[in-house]
Design a protein around this ligand. Sequence first.
Ligand SMILES: NC(=O)c1ccc[n+]([C@@H]2O[C@H](COP(=O)([O-])OP(=O)(O)OC[C@H]3O[C@@H](n4cnc5c(N)ncnc54)[C@H](O)[C@@H]3O)[C@@H](O)[C@H]2O)c1
Length: 270
Amino acid sequence: MTDQTPAATGAGETPVCRRLVGRTAVITGAGSGIGLATARRLASEGANVVCADIDEQAGKAAAEEVGGIFVQVDVTASDQVEALFKAAYDTYGSVDVAFNNAGISPADDDSILTTGLDAWKRVQEVNLTSVYLCCKHALPYMQRQGKGSIINTASFVAVMGAATSQISYTASKGGVLSMSRELGVQFAREGIRVNALCPGPVNTPLLKELFAKDPERAARRLVHVPVGRFAEPEEIAAAVAFLASDDSSFVNAAEFLVDGGIAGAYVTPV
Ligand SMILES: NC(=O)c1ccc[n+]([C@@H]2O[C@H](COP(=O)([O-])OP(=O)(O)OC[C@H]3O[C@@H](n4cnc5c(N)ncnc54)[C@H](O)[C@@H]3O)[C@@H](O)[C@H]2O)c1
């Protein structure tokens, strides 16, 4: 069901669409950054939002703000992920959208020469195994409904190499991209779309702090961004809302880049 009635955002002025009225969206990592911005956006489009996070305080605050429910979950634990999608279904009666977004980017994941097996494995678990688990436990609900949209957060580093390596992170995002493509193909005729969202660098508090301390580090990256700035979390959330909605009904198994043109650039404007 799509309600096309324009509605006002919290700010009062900007008209937004209401493409997700009556839909239930599960968001992992909803307590911060891209997940939080997406919780706000999907709720503003009428969705019932299930905010999942390992961080109880942040996840609860997000759920309260958007009028949804909070489920504390470690996305690396199969039984907890299973319980998450069951809670969504038991509360709202459907699982229409799964935004499998929780991820980490720890400092000890660096060059392959210095990254230990522990760091490698931890990043693979949180960034890649989690997406396997979330898809595995969301799909049966969508199969029964004959409809669903899964959006897995990969990254632009899944399609490009960086000399400033985070080797396990990059490999994990490559895995998310390939897995999403395969699932999108496998389940397409059951009405389920699976896409990999590939954001470019986003202005999160962590990134801001890092680059405020080290302008040279920021400049080294910014020179590769044609639009000349990093993304705001709301710009990524807008892409998720599109992929979640029926407006993207023919977008499936896609590498959905939201990167300001980074992956298409050779020489950028001065
Ligand atoms: N920020 C960027 O520049 C950028 C760029 C491309 C892709 N991404 C990806 O986008 C996603 C979100 O990134 P962000 O910048 O919003 O991060 P963030 O750190 O702001 O938020 C991540 C959230 O995930 C939660 N989380 C971490 N481990 C968890 C676990 N085991 N179980 C449940 N929840 C867990 C955290 O508590 C946090 O609330 C990640 O997958 C990240 O790799 C980020």
